[in-house]
Design a binder for this molecule. Structure first.
Ligand code: GTR
Length: 329
């Protein structure tokens, strides 16, 4: 009798295991969506894929990050709102786009702030960078990590050779109060627009110009409709990956640590791709007929002087971080 009971129990469990299928033997992976505005072969998107690959490898496939490139999940601002609510798990965006949600980010995107890219990376990889990533939690985000975004320059439909040529021009800016202030400070009319609307805004004359890095100027085809590019390098705006705090709070401490470390480990790869593509993008737009004005040091100084009053308008806590950034040698 006892034997029979055991046999029945064994058969019962075997059947239960069989009916539950592979899910019982192997738990279902956690699938996370990452929104990206750039096309699939853009260096930053490739950085996202590398990040996803490392997470998958280091969790033995338990965590899968699916990259939705080319704005499939929407424009940056809308996506960031969704991330904050927990409807999208994470996104890679420009810090300008997050700065209306995490105002302290303004300290990291001031014009002519960093001496060069290596100064910026020293800041981002050091305690100042770590602190601002942590601060994202107060706005229901997880600051995951940085990517390279190069330096930004103005480009216009009509020639611009000096900073005063920008006066009165309608210039598209990212949806960031600081960027609105920066362009207004030059006597231009700031027009905040989503990234995907800039091409037609330039084409139809809704705006006279915009500003961005070489890779974006090329891949958006803005060079077709605004062929005058001036190398004023007014800002260096890092790219950032932010996650939803609501979603990350459900992960184990170990998994969160794996994700953050993977994001860090994908940086060198993204920077390498970025540097190569930045050169290629510049070469390509020149070949396609863009007219490039190289600013002289004296003209660059004029751009700097014109943008200096923006610093005076910043609150003390932003200026305190700016000072710390400048002090990093
Ligand atoms: C690009 C950046 C995008 C987006 C865009 C813009 O340089 O990589 O994430 O913010 O600029 O100007 O909207």
């Amino acid at each position: 009798m006892k034997r029979m009971v055991i046999a029945v129990v064994v058969v019962f469990f075997a059947m239960a295991l069989f009916m539950a299928g592979p899910s019982m033997a192997q738990p279902k992976p956690i699938v996370m969506k990452l929104a990206e505005t750039h096309p699939q072969d853009y260096p930053t998107t490739k950085g996202d894929y590398e990040f996803a690959r490392l997470v998958k490898e280091r969790t033995n496939g338990r965590i899968i990050i699916e990259v939705f490139h080319s704005k499939q999940l929407g424009e940056e601002r809308a996506v960031i709102e969704q991330v904050q609510l927990g409807a999208i798990d994470m996104t890679r965006v420009s810090i300008s786009a997050v700065s209306s949600f995490v105002r302290d980010l303004d300290a990291f995107q001031m014009p002519y702030l960093y001496r060069d890219a290596s100064h910026m990376w020293k800041v981002l990889n050091g305690p100042i960078g770590a602190e601002i990533l942590k601060k994202h939690e107060a706005s229901n985000f997880i600051g995951i990590g940085w990517f390279e975004g190069g330096s930004r320059n103005f480009y216009t439909k009509k020639p611009v050779k000096t900073v005063s040529d920008l006066k009165g021009m309608k210039i598209r800016v990212q949806q960031s109060p600081l960027m609105v202030g920066m362009v207004e400070g030059l006597g231009a009319v700031a027009t905040p627009l989503p990234y995907g609307e800039v091409y037609s805004a330039l084409q139809t004359g809704v705006v006279d110009g915009a500003e961005n890095n070489w890779p974006s100027y090329l891949t958006t085809s803005h060079y077709e409709v605004a062929k005058y590019f001036i190398t004023d390098e007014h800002t260096r705006v890092p790219e950032i990956t932010v996650g939803s705090k609501k979603v990350f709070d459900k992960l184990s401490k170990e998994d969160r640590a794996i994700i953050l470390k993977a994001a860090q480990d994908a940086v060198a790869y993204q920077i390498k791709l970025w540097n190569d593509f930045e050169k290629l993008a510049e070469k390509t737009v020149r070949e396609k007929g863009s007219v490039i004005t190289e600013v002289t040091p004296a003209e660059k100084q004029k751009f700097m002087d014109a943008m200096r009053p923006l610093y005076d308008k910043q609150p003390a806590e932003i200026l305190a971080v700016v000072k710390k950034i400048r002090d990093v040698k």
